[in-house]
Design a binder for this molecule. Structure first.
Ligand SMILES: C=C1C[C@]23C[C@@]1(O)CC[C@H]2[C@@]12CC[C@H](O)[C@@](C)(C(=O)O1)[C@H]2[C@@H]3C(=O)O
Ligand code: AKG
Ligand code: FE2
Length: 346
């Protein structure tokens, strides 16, 4: 049988061999026995703020205002919320998921070579310097620049067509949410994003988390913040695993088949001068079942300047998105993990 899974067990094993003596900071067991030491912290399951976007379309001005206020409140207190009545057709979400499954079912060799989808395939973390930096997952992190170029997708034209429709729908929703968040701080979206955040500058990330024999000690996706303005996540509707940091504790997000998850990324935190929070999150693995998710990242072009709505008292220095991405890639390469916004403090 042709293997479609990436060699996660082999790569993780190699990493453990390179770190035989490492001990876990919280339980003092050998890193081989305990690779995700944060898991020792007590875990709560949470009800993320639930926002009914139908409120924005209400004839009643009070309801429209209340809905916008709830979005801003959740973005500053949680950095995360769930969205129902979001207007994205369930059929489109299901079609996108079908194409995603078909893609991940291809032989590993095919996914890893051939420059598939703009060379966007990755798995594990080749630059991890310790076991707890390893992600038990595979992903296509796809720039939407070439989404209209059929030649770039070869045999995956049905995936390209659904992705095009999916990305357009997500872009509209992401822009609407971004507009509300910007207006709340007394600015106009056009002034902040200008022409820089359009369909072709954004990314789609297709994630697959294979069952993991080391579960739950190893992360499916290591703790991170997203490097964009905001993310719209279509997570698995049955298999949970997403956790986020709230009041210094990891809390688990319950799957909800009717909801999309929205989270604030680093760029919005920087622009809002820390009013909106880019919160750390991670995915835990499951020993028996695989899990899928799709993230839409609202990003500007690489040459866009990320300033602050409080120019005179801004916490972060001005930087371009290109500079930000480059710094992340450099940190991941050098230390195995992302540093992010702290690098850009004034
Ligand atoms: C190994 C890594 C790649 C990543 C940064 C990280 O240290 C951990 C998570 C990865 C992630 C996931 C969300 C976004 O896609 C991303 C751009 C980010 O900010 O964190 C990626 C990073 C990446 O692919 O460079
Ligand atoms: O799979 C998930 O639920 C989260 C994925 C995620 O955080 C990401 O792709 O940045
Ligand atoms: Fe993320």
């Amino acid at each position: 049988m042709v293997e479609s899974n990436p060699p996660l067990l082999h790569d993780f094993g190699q990493l453990l061999l390179r770190h035989p003596g490492e001990t876990c900071a919280s339980c003092h067991r050998n890193a081989r026995d305990c690779v995700a030491n944060e898991e020792m912290v007590i875990l709560e399951e949470c009800e993320l703020p639930l926002i009914d976007l139908g409120g924005l379309r209400s004839k009643d001005e009070g309801e429209r205002r209340a809905c916008a206020a709830a979005i801003c409140k959740a973005s500053s207190e949680w950095g995360f919320f769930q969205l129902v009545n979001h207007g994205i057709s369930l059929q489109l979400l299901a079609e996108m998921r079908r194409e995603q499954v078909k893609l991940f079912n291809k032989p590993f060799e095919r996914k890893a070579t051939c420059g598939l989808l703009n060379n966007s395939y990755r798995w594990g973390n080749p630059t991890a310097t310790s076991p707890k930096q390893f992600s038990w997952s595979e992903a296509f992190h796809i720039p939407l620049t070439k989404i209209s170029e059929e030649a770039c997708y070869g045999e995956f034209d049905s995936l390209r067509k659904v992705m095009q429709e999916y990305a357009a729908a997500m872009q509209e929703l992401a822009n609407e949410l971004a507009g509300i968040l910007v207006k709340n701080l007394g600015h106009q979206k056009e002034g902040v994003f200008g022409e820089s955040c359009n369909g072709s500058t954004c990314f789609l990330r297709l994630n697959r988390y294979p069952p993991c024999p080391w579960s739950p000690e190893i992360s499916g996706l290591v703790p991170h913040t997203d490097s964009d303005f905001l993310t719209i996540l279509h997570q698995d509707d049955r298999v949970g695993g997403l956790q986020l940091m709230k009041d210094s504790k990891w809390v688990a997000v319950k799957p909800n088949r009717d909801a999309l998850i929205v989270n604030i990324g680093d760029l919005f935190q920087a622009w809002s001068n820390d009013v909106y929070k880019s919160v750390e999150h991670k995915v835990i693995t499951n020993a028996k079942v695989e899990r899928y998710s799709i993230a839409y990242f609202l990003c500007p072009s690489y040459d866009s300047w990320i300033g602050s709505c409080k120019e005179l008292s801004s916490i972060y220095r001005k930087f371009t998105f290109g500079e930000y991405r480059k710094q992340i890639q450099q940190d991941v390469k050098m230390n195995g993990h992302k540093v992010g916004l702290p690098r850009f403090l004034r």
